[in-house]
Design a protein around this ligand. Structure first.
Ligand code: S3P
Length: 191
């Protein structure tokens, strides 16, 4: 079989397993959900939806400002509304925020409307990515009063069982490029 035909077949198989469903990417801050989501959407010929973009567009301000004015609960309410609205859209690749799995209502929406991939990440990688990512200042306010490393360790431990609950697939992202992760997801969906 020629290479082009093999790729066509792979993409058809993947589209079949995703028929009528979103492909959600879940995982902690800095796990690569947005970069991988954008590239996956391109490969699958689907729209890419970033949950944090939707929240900021609906609120008309940055996530940092939402936290400052409405606190984390206000942000989680907006996030829940955004996830409900996204779940009703036609099938897309959806990059969720790191805390999207916290509410049971969100976990139900994700499981009901899509296939979900958990991008796993270790503490050192999160620390490095958050420091170098230019969106951190506007989008990632502190979530606890702990020093950054301890906050990451605690929230990773608290949230891991919740990511696991919604995940159809898990992927370790440490030391892998966005292109490698995207290819691996496409292969796993095919399998
Ligand atoms: C959050 C993660 C952020 C953003 C908000 C809350 C979290 O998204 O939704 O700052 O609770 O971990 P990213 O995971 O894209 O950084």
């Amino acid at each position: 079989m020629s290479r082009t035909t093999a790729i066509d077949v792979t993409e058809r198989l993947i589209q079949t397993c995703l028929t009528g469903k979103h492909l959600y990417l879940a995982g902690f801050r800095g796990s690569g959900k947005s970069s991988v989501g954008r590239l996956l959407a391109k490969h699958l010929g689907r729209p890419w939806v970033d949950c944090d973009d939707q929240i900021e567009a609906a609120a008309g301000c940055s996530i940092r400002e939402i936290f400052a004015e409405q606190g984390e609960t206000g942000f989680r309410d907006l996030e829940q509304q955004a996830i409900a609205a996204i779940a009703a859209l036609s099938p897309a690749v959806v990059s969720l925020g790191g805390g999207a799995v916290l509410r049971a209502e969100n976990r139900e929406q994700i499981c009901r409307s899509g296939v979900c991939i958990w991008l796993r990440v270790d503490v050192d990688t999160v620390m490095r990515r958050l420091t170098t990512d230019t969106t951190t200042a506007d989008r990632r306010p502190a979530l606890t009063a702990l020093p950054q490393r301890e906050e990451i360790e605690k929230l990773l431990a608290d949230r891991s069982p919740l990511y696991e609950q919604v995940a159809d697939l898990q992927l370790d992202t440490s030391g892998r490029t966005v292109a490698e992760l995207t290819q691996q997801i496409l292969r796993q969906l095919e399998a």
